[in-house]
Structure formats: structure tokens, C-alpha cells
Design a protein around this ligand. Sequence first.
Ligand code: KG4
Ligand code: ZN
Length: 401
Amino acid sequence: MRVLGIETSCDETAVCLIDAQGTAADFSYAVLGNALYSQAALHAQYGGVFPNLAKREHAKNLVPLLEDALRQAEVLKVASSPTDVAAIRPLKELLSREEELFKALTAHVLRYEKPAVDAIAVTVGPGLEPALWVGINFAKALSQLWGTPIVAVNHMEGHVIMPMMEHSHIPKNVRMSGRMREFGWPVLSLLISGGHTELVLSESFGKYKRIGETRDDAAGEAFDKVARLMELPYPGGPEISRLATEARSKNIEAGFKFTRPMLKETNHDFSFSGLKNAVRLQVEKMQPLDEEKKMAIAREFEDCVAETLIEKTMRAADEYGARTLVVGGGVSANTHIRELLAERVAHDGIVEIVLAPSADLATDNALMIALAGYFHAANESFTAADAIVATGNLRLETNQE
Ligand code: KG4
Ligand code: ZN
């Protein structure tokens, strides 16, 4: 089954076409085309994601990215007979708020044939609603033009599924293929991104129960805000990580310790805003900041976040008898967190295996949306276009009973 994934929830615009089969251990897929444009550099000047800019950029980039992905998949074919202009008319209303997208899509449809696509998977939340709507309206337009059904995908489910895959690259055509890794249920997922910090328990595919979450800032948000306090560019995660790694390699120690938040509590929640304030006070105390002081703060901050996340995750894994630990979301690209987690899992034997996405697939992409969408499409759980709406605070939770 060929699934086209579309992701526009935040500052990455991405389109990916996969061909997949199987639904469990027999599952495998091939990436036929994968195109991504990161707006991070554009948003850097605002120190964070600016929603209206994100929306405009998505609208501008979706059609070129679609064509890029279809070209890679060798299914971008110039139409042999002229397309019926009447087919385009209904799109005008659908894309009335995205005039540029409407024009680009019209030009695309008039020029190219309908590609072989069985389902369109689109992120419907959580994320920035204006940004989500662009992707959703684009998916609705394609669905109408091609007569292809839509799967509404929860972005966080994409972050859960991505680490469950193992991949191989086929060097000749740079195409990637993958299959399901071997692991046992229940699965406990630690989802750490710019907007979320959650612990989600799954008894099987598509079943999710949230057992813990952040009470204030998300882990990625803490990285981004702390980076800002030290006048480092957005996104802050990779910057902090770079400084912390350098501090470790040069043996630069902070000489102070931030309190590990929420460790005294027996619930599975997190909190990072107190830590952010502790960093702020420390930054003020250490003025003026030179590179070495930044390294020291970054190292202690990263240690604090890593130890807190891992300690609380292992406690939850123990309590719920999880056999597999999944770590996903942009912050799971962090090398220190991955290494500490792998050490801890090997050391205390609470879970059998920890699954982390390859670092380049930890942050937002459309492959994870196509994969999550595929599992729903294989179950025929499509959503009528009229019923699809953007939900900024969409939860990843299903009734497990
Ligand atoms: O999943 P993602 O791409 O977008 C959201 O859904 O939020 O996550 C982005 C977040 C940002 O806060 C970014 O600073 C953080 O992931 N991040 C990292 C690293 N790479 C990205 N945080 C820590 N270490 C990293 N290496
Ligand atoms: Zn994400």
C-alpha cells in the first residue's frame, strides 16, 4: 500500500511517500520519496516558532516538496491528456485562505498525472493550529483531486512508531527501507519534544494510555529557553548539547548542582520551569558569561534533565511492568540522554530493550506520519474529509479497556 505522509505541525514542512505491507512482525516498508524543508533558521530571529510565519512557509513549500517526493519516487508524470479544469474549481473554496497554495496546486494538477497513492496521512495535532490547517487543507485538496482517502494522524503517534523501525539504506538510489524491530509489549514511551514531555503506556499497537506528563515546560522547551538565557540560537537543544559535550571532553565542571525536579514525588509527572528559573539565577550570578561558563551551565543542565527523565521513566517502567522502552521526539536526538538511557537499561534490567530513533529521524518528519498513517489505513480507519479538523492540544490516548 502506498501512503503519502504530510507533516506541518510546527516548523518543518515535510512530504513522504512510502510503500508498506504487513501489520505486525511481518511489517516492512520502502521510502519511495522523502522531502523536508526546515524553517528553523527563519524562526531563529524570533527565538522560537512564529506561527503565522510557519503557516505562510508551509503554504509556499508544500507543492514543491510534493513534487520533489513524487519525482524521487518516479511517479511525477506529465499528463498525456489535458486535466479537466472543472475538477479544480472546488479547491478554490477549500484553499481560500491559502491563495498561494491554491495557485501552486492548480499549476501542479494541470501539468501532472494523478500518481499511484492509496492513502494520504496528515498530521491533525498536536501542534500549532494555523500550521496544522495548511497541511490538512492540502491533504483534503489532494484527496478530492485524486479520489484518495485520508488518515488523520496524531503527531505523537508518529514519534512513538518511528523508533520501532530498523532501517537499511540502499546506497545506489539513496532509498531507505525498513521493518519492525523485535520487541515485547507492554511498551512504555518517553516522548520528549519541543511541545511535549509524556510517558505513554501501550499494551498493543494503537492503544495509548498517558501515565505522566509535564506540569509546565516541555523538555525541548526547557532546552530552547535555557539556550535563549545564554544567548544561543534557536533551536536550543543541539546548541546546549554541543556545549555540554565540549565541557565533558575538556573536564569543565560547574561546581554547582541544579535540583533534580519531581524526583521526591511518586507520580510520573515532570516539571522543568523551576529548573529553567534556577538556570536563570545562575546565569545572572555568573555574568559576564564566557564560552567556558556556558559550557559548565550547559553540562549541568543537560545532566539534570537527562537524570530526571531517565529516573522517572525507569520507575514507571518498573511499576507498569514494561518490557520495552521507546524514546521519541526531537529531544531523543540528544546523545547524552540516549547514552545514559542505554547504560541504565543495560544495568538494571527492568526492561528488555530500549528503542530510540536514528538521530536524523528523531525530529519532525513526514516518514513517521506516513508510517503511523499506514497502520490505520491497513485497518481501514479513514476519516471523512469534512470531519477533519486541526486540534492544537490533541492527546495521545485511547480507551484501553
Ligand atoms: O519533535 P520536534 O522536532 O518538534 C516538536 O514536535 O516539538 O522537537 C523539537 C525540539 C526542540 O525543542 C529542540 O531544541 C529539541 O527538540 N532538540 C534537542 C536536540 N535536537 C532537537 N534537544 C536536546 N538535544 C538535541 N540534540
Ligand atoms: Zn514532534
